[in-house]
Design a protein around this ligand. Structure first.
Ligand code: MEV
Length: 315
């Protein structure tokens, strides 16, 4: 018996960091996917094969003993075997198009596609049940996840999120390209978030002004998204970038990349935690090629994406 599922990666379009302090953020999925194939096999082994390595452990091991980044898959497989009290092993094959560890949601996409492919070997899970399983699995590697990434990877499209009201889907289908360029500087989200907290504590007044400005910006962006106003959206990306510069999460390399992007895109900004990771630049057919060539000429790893409106797909 075999079950397949795929889920998209994601970017934060607007509102990273300020979202930690209650401001709304806007996220969207990208058309780069993780595909997971799960198969019941004889014996009691859970066997995971992926492009970042393999893991072969028999079922019923304690999850805390497992140190591999593939742990969420083991957790999901083991949970299903236990729940249905079945005498089976599971083989899980993971194929990913999403660059790892640079804020593009690769681990959430793995958890969502993994939860779907593995659970559907046992019963016909709904999207809601799959999302719950995915968040549980993600918590085995990121205890404090808000669940934002798994939610957007499950439902696809654009979503707004704030701490008080949670998530809601934005029913706009703007037609633009995002060019994602990787700084190749590794970052730890936890430590960047901590640095922003220190900035806030030293500059309370300035920080609360920035939160008000970011909220206004997000409200404008919601209208611009409805109208597919790329010029307006680009301007707001640059404005948002200035706020991110002010709170200290940019650096020389990211600034150079954003300057380069500004030459031919509608606008560009850091996406996610910053201090490394990726930038996003906004484009359409008129400037897409030029932009990509500019980045490639300077040897940056970059690719273009569109918003994925599908989300989780099972087949
Ligand atoms: C990281 O992808 C996004 C941050 O806003 C942190 C968070 O929301 O938990 C920097």
């Amino acid at each position: 018996m075999k079950s397949n599922a795929s889920a998209p990666g994601k970017v934060i379009l607007f509102g990273e960091h300020f979202v930690v302090y209650g401001v709304k953020a806007i996220l969207c999925t990208i058309n780069k996917r993780v595909t997971v194939t799960a198969t019941k096999i004889q014996g009691n082994m859970i066997s995971i094969k992926s492009n970042i390595g393999n893991l072969n452990i028999k079922s019923n091991e304690s999850i805390t003993e497992i140190k591999s980044p593939l742990k969420p898959f083991y957790f999901l497989a083991n949970k299903m075997i236990e729940k249905f009290n079945e005498n089976t092993g599971i083989e899980i094959i993971v194929k990913s198009e999403i660059p790892l560890g640079v804020g593009l949601g690769s681990s959430s996409a793995c958890c969502v596609a993994g939860a779907a492919a593995i659970s559907r070997l046992f019963y016909n899970t709904t999207k809601k049940e799959i999302l719950e399983l995915a968040i549980e699995a993600e918590k085995t590697i990121f205890q404090n996840t808000s669940g934002a990434d798994c939610t957007v990877c499950t439902y696809g499209g654009i979503m707004e999120y704030d701490k008080k009201n949670g998530f809601s889907k934005i029913n706009s289908e703007p037609n633009f390209y995002l060019i994602i360029a990787n700084s190749k500087i590794e970052h730890s989200t936890e430590s960047v978030v901590e640095n922003v907290k220190q900035f806030k504590e030293k500059n309370e007044e300035k920080f609360s002004r920035l939160c008000i400005d970011e909220s206004e910006l997000i409200n404008n962006v919601l209208i611009l998204l409805k109208n597919n106003d790329l010029v307006g959206l680009g301007k707001n990306m640059l404005k948002n970038q200035q706020y991110l510069e002010t709170i200290g999460i940019s650096n020389e390399k990211l600034r150079l990349m954003i300057e380069l992007a500004q030459k031919s895109s509608y606008g560009a900004k850091i996406t996610g935690a910053g201090a490394g990771g990726c930038i996003i630049a906004l484009a359409d057919e008129s400037n897409l090629e030029i932009m990509i060539n500019q980045f490639k000429k300077k040897n940056y790893e970059c690719f273009s994406t569109k918003i994925d409106f599908v989300g989780l797909d099972t087949f």
